[in-house]
Design a binder for this molecule. Structure first.
Ligand code: SF4
Length: 388
């Protein structure tokens, strides 16, 4: 393995970043309407993710394992054995791919330079057989990243093409990998070069549109992460239309009672539910934020619900025991996550410790829209008990 030292470029945010491409490829207004100075202050999860990236970068550049890696002072707060264990999974993944290829760490990928689309690849590996690997570490545990139909991966694939001059043979494939260790999720997508070239031909107009200042707004599930989703009129109209059953597409004629929704109409509402719920939550958050900043006509703050609360635990215990009331609940088992943490601290595997006492139990089937990425249950192999 040969390792190439690189200086990572500015880790600021691109105007059109691959991670939000599913939104801006569909809705250019989400870029045009976002103020340039809108600062993303980040949250704990984002800071912890930066800490993991920082450690991973150090380890790959200095060829050491996570346990021996150094973190910048600003990230020390996030330094835990658990974080280092998860970073080690990423390091092992990258090192397995490197073999006798060349590794580049924290590389700026200029994807569409003239449209200001770029991103930072955590690792790029140029192999000797004409394959380029791009690896992205996702440290979050909230959203499971999928490889299929993921435009972020496609854009990373296009960015990976820029490394072709380092390949000793013509590049035939760019393989993009997501390493999401906290979810045990490692999706990847191998793109033949021709597929990437075709994608550019088919979609470059959308990239150019997003960078053109267009005010065209196209609401959809991608609105969820839009910085201007709160006051967006088009999103409001689309969601309120859905909520009032104002179906845009024609619905097959109903032969039964006209006072009832047809099954097709019910399914349309069902499929729209997550989006409507999300929209209502976002409206609540936006109005609350404004009412916090200034007086908003039409709304007011009222006191919260009054509940009784023990404010002095020691005194409460004495008082209760004095009259013969046992103040403690019976002890109950800890949850799996906490037990796993405790087993890990003893360098034990919870599965081994628990043996037959621990089993994988699948919860009852969930009804979702047909477009959901999870494959459907096979009725032939499902039992009535699955649905009981
Ligand atoms: S909320 Fe949705 S429709 Fe409105 S600008 Fe953002 S992405 Fe576009």
């Amino acid at each position: 393995m040969s390792e190439v030292e690189t200086t990572s470029e500015d880790r600021g945010h691109a105007k059109l970043s691959p991670s939000s491409s599913d939104r801006w490829l569909e809705c250019p207004a989400s870029i045009t309407r976002t103020p340039a100075n809108l600062e993303d202050e980040g949250n704990d999860a984002a800071h912890e993710g930066s800490a993991a990236h920082d450690l991973a970068e150090y380890c790959l550049k200095n060829a050491v394992d996570a346990v021996a890696g150094k973190m910048k002072d600003e990230f020390v707060k996030w330094d835990t054995p658990e974080l280092r264990d998860f970073v080690q999974i990423y390091l092992d993944y990258v090192r397995r791919l490197v073999g006798d290829g060349d590794l580049f760490v924290e590389q700026t990928l200029h994807i569409f330079k003239r449209h200001d689309v770029w991103g930072t690849a955590d690792a790029v590996i140029v192999t000797k057989d004409g394959t380029i690997h791009v690896v992205d570490l996702k440290f979050g545990r909230g959203i499971l990243v999928e490889a299929e139909d993921n435009t972020q991966l496609t854009l990373y694939g296009i960015g990976g093409l820029a490394f072709d001059w380092l390949c000793r043979v013509p590049v035939h494939t760019v393989h993009v990998h997501i390493v999401q260790p906290r979810r045990g999720n490692y999706p990847s997508q191998a793109y033949p070069v021709e597929q990437l070239v075709q994608w550019i031909k088919d979609n470059e107009h959308k990239v150019a549109r997003a960078n053109s200042g267009s005010n065209e707004a196209h609401p959809g599930v991608h609105c969820r992460w839009c910085p201007v989703k709160g006051p967006c009129k088009e999103r409001a109209e689309a969601n309120l239309a859905m909520a009032s059953f104002d179906f845009a597409a024609p619905v097959p004629a109903c032969t039964g009672d006209k006072s009832e929704l047809t099954e097709e109409e019910l399914v349309k509402v069902f499929v729209a539910l997550p989006q409507i719920r999300q929209y209502l939550d976002d409206v609540e958050a936006e109005v609350s934020k404004r009412a916090h900043d200034h007086e908003v006509k039409g709304v007011k703050w009222i006191p919260g619900r009054t509940v009784r609360k023990i404010v002095d635990e020691a005194k409460a215990i004495v008082a209760l025991e004095a009259v013969g009331i046992k103040p403690y609940a019976e002890p109950s088992l800890l949850g799996i996550t906490e037990l796993e943490k405790r087993a890990k601290a003893l360098k034990l595997k919870l599965d081994t410790v628990m043996g037959e006492a621990l089993a994988k139990v699948t919860s009852k089937p969930v009804l979702v829209a047909e477009s959901h990425p999870t494959p459907a249950l096979n009725p032939a192999t499902s039992t009535a008990a699955d649905f009981s």
